[in-house]
Design a protein around this ligand. Structure first.
Ligand code: NIG
Ligand code: FE
Length: 437
């Protein structure tokens, strides 16, 4: 046995003495032991007094601090026993819009239903009017402020949909703003083309004609400029039918675009099963999903993205079928659905809380829903969403030790650091990453 010491490996950033929530496996469950003893922490993959090393933006080592190999670190952070998780992922937002819809909030409280407001020419279409009038710069600045709210709570990846432009130029403008946020701010952005969000006023009563435009010139412009990673549609009585959605999917797939769908939010049209048949990454909302839809999603490996913000703001009473999703092994993700109408929710931590309290998710399921499963809903699970060697060092450091502290309280933000590719940074401070004042 050689007594030569191991040579020291250079790394860029070393995190020490952290409570790592890897979200990879249940490392703390005693084999055949009790499932509810005091030391039981289901499925967070916790490593107490852990360390994690980053080189070139990726995790190159993690494990117990006591077994740390010899590293020479350019930067070292003593986490003092606090929780270090993957950076959070908000996998469903409509972050870029103009105007506001607070009058509709009042109308709903006076008894007018969300669908009725839409039929009267309000709802999504009213945001479309305001968005078309806004300049690209104004849209960027408003979106940046919203993004800052998310990133302050440890979000490192955000999916951003278009859908408030609904003409070729305006849809492209929204997607350009989303892309620019990802280029100029320290955040990973995935963009989704949602031209099939609503029928715009100039096509009122002519949804099929509007779909001609969406699958024709609009999709072509989006593809030509490389503006989208995925397509999405709103499959609902007040929006598009399954056969109209299918046209979009068939047109998008040859361009290599991923598929997602707003489905079963207000009624059951079988949208989730349709999306699953086409290999969609996710179906989202799902309050009215039935077992056949759940089975189709399970067979296709689609993720169920639950949006408790919309459920809450619309005072929905029908809950998504969480028990069926569990039984069939469908991965569950959670997102803010941040938008001006059905979910003006600027806090993914609040979505975690609502997911637990309104949908009966366990805290473990909730945290998986904004990490591993959210990455899967974006097709990024090889890169982000868990702490594993080889993955990107997108991290969130919290001033708490218990994972349940992330969703077991409201209005307190325990985020102490947010790392993209291992670098401490905050959205809105892109030019000066470093310690937050
Ligand atoms: O995800 N369901 C459709 N689209 C959005 C609502 C958009 C709006 O009301 O402006 C949603 O809830
Ligand atoms: Fe949405």
């Amino acid at each position: 046995m050689s007594s030569n010491p191991q040579p020291s490996q250079p790394v860029d950033h070393l995190f020490r003495h952290a409570r790592l929530a890897t979200l990879v496996a249940d490392d703390t469950r005693p084999s055949n032991g009790p499932s509810n003893g005091p030391s039981y922490r289901p499925g967070y993959g916790l490593i107490d007094d852990g360390a994690l090393a980053v080189r070139d933006g990726r995790i190159v080592w993690l494990g117990s601090d006591a077994t740390l190999p010899r590293f020479t670190a350019r930067q070292e952070t003593d986490c003092q026993g606090q929780l270090l998780t993957p950076g959070l992922i908000d996998c469903h937002t409509h972050l870029v819009w103009g105007g506001d819809r607070f009058q509709e909030f009042e109308m709903r409280l006076e008894g007018v239903a969300y669908e009725e407001i839409a039929r009267r020419g309000g709802g999504i279409v009213s945001t479309v009017r305001a968005t078309r009038q806004a300049s690209e710069q104004a849209l960027y600045e408003a979106a940046l402020e919203r993004l800052r709210c998310l990133s302050a709570e440890g979000v490192t990846t955000v999916e951003i949909k278009s859908g408030y432009g609904l003409d070729v130029a305006s849809e492209c403008r929204l997607l350009r703003v989303a892309r620019r946020l990802g280029e100029q701010q320290p955040v990973r952005v995935r963009t989704t083309f949602l031209g099939a969000h609503a029928v715009p006023p100039e096509f009122a009563g002519r949804a099929d004609d509007y779909m001609d435009l969406v699958v024709g010139d609009m999709l072509e412009a989006v593809v030509d400029e490389g503006l989208a990673d995925a397509v999405d549609a709103f499959c609902e009585g007040i929006a598009f039918s399954p056969s109209q959605v299918e046209r979009l999917f068939l047109a998008a797939k040859p361009h290599g675009l991923q598929l997602k769908l707003h489905a079963e939010q207000l009624s059951n049209l079988g949208g989730s099963a349709l999306a699953a048949r086409h290999g969609a990454l996710s179906a989202d909302h799902l309050e009215y999903l039935d077992e056949a839809g759940v089975e189709a999603m399970a067979a296709a490996g689609s993720v169920a993205v639950l949006l408790p913000g919309a459920f809450h703001f619309l005072r929905e009473t029908q809950r998504p079928p969480v028990e069926l999703l569990r039984r069939h092994g469908v991965p569950i993700a959670l997102a803010t659905d941040l938008n001006p109408g059905s979910s003006p929710l600027y806090s993914l931590l609040t979505a975690l809380n609502l997911g637990c309290l309104l949908f009966n998710l366990t805290p473990t399921e909730a945290l998986l829903g904004v990490t591993r499963h959210a990455a899967q809903a974006l097709g990024l699970d090889d890169e982000i969403g868990s702490l594993e060697v080889g993955k990107r060092a997108d991290l969130a450091l919290w001033g708490v030790t218990e994972p349940a502290a992330l969703m077991g309280q409201l209005g307190f933000n325990p985020c102490r650091g947010r790392y993209l590719d291992g670098r401490l940074c905050w959205v809105g401070e892109a030019d000066a990453p470093g310690e937050r004042p």
